[in-house]
Design a protein around this ligand. Structure first.
Ligand SMILES: [Zn+2]
Length: 172
């Protein structure tokens, strides 16, 4: 089997004509997951079309991306996760100071800062966006992800593509 060689995929039809999955990772992650499950159902056999291959590559890349920011607690390792601190009205706060690396001590420090608040810990992966139903909430999470991954400014299709591509190739 020929290994998949990713390139920028552009939708050629439908209401997303002209848009790219690499940019939609930041704008509408849920729709990409839905599209992937749909093409998987439609193509039950071994054949995978371009969109199927592209989405599998991209969704996987979104789980493998490596944060570049240092843990604000130990300042030694890279951040891995962030805390979502819940308010009583179902609102939540997130903050760069409430992120941490894989060390248990750093996580415990966050817990100690937050005493009585409800906490959820989520990894710096794109799938964490699925935990938030409102578009405005997801936007806040995307901004935190962008910070953790060292992405500044506007997401163009070229920047987004190289971001996902490089993260995966570095790991090989
Ligand atoms: Zn740490």
């Amino acid at each position: 089997m020929v290994p998949y060689n990713p390139d920028i995929y552009v939708f050629q039809s439908g209401k997303r004509t002209g848009q790219t999955p690499v940019v939609l990772m930041f704008q509408d992650y849920g729709i990409l997951r839905w599209m992937l499950s749909r093409v998987r159902k439609e193509e039950a056999g071994s054949f995978k079309n371009d969109l199927h291959l592209h989405l599998e590559w991209l969704i996987n890349a979104g789980e493998e991306v490596e944060p570049t920011q240092n843990c604000p607690i130990c300042k030694e390792r890279k951040v891995r996760s962030f805390a979502v601190r819940w308010g009583h009205a179902g609102d939540f706060s997130i903050d760069r100071d409430y992120t941490f690396c894989e060390k248990e001590e750093c996580k415990q420090e966050i817990q100690a800062f937050s005493y009585d608040q409800g906490l959820t810990f989520l990894p710096f992966k794109f799938s964490s966006l699925l935990q938030f139903r409102k578009g405005g909430d997801r936007k806040r999470i995307v901004n935190l992800l962008k910070w953790a991954f060292g992405i500044e400014g506007r997401i163009t299709r070229e920047r987004a593509f190289h971001f996902f591509l490089n993260n995966l190739t570095v790991q090989e």
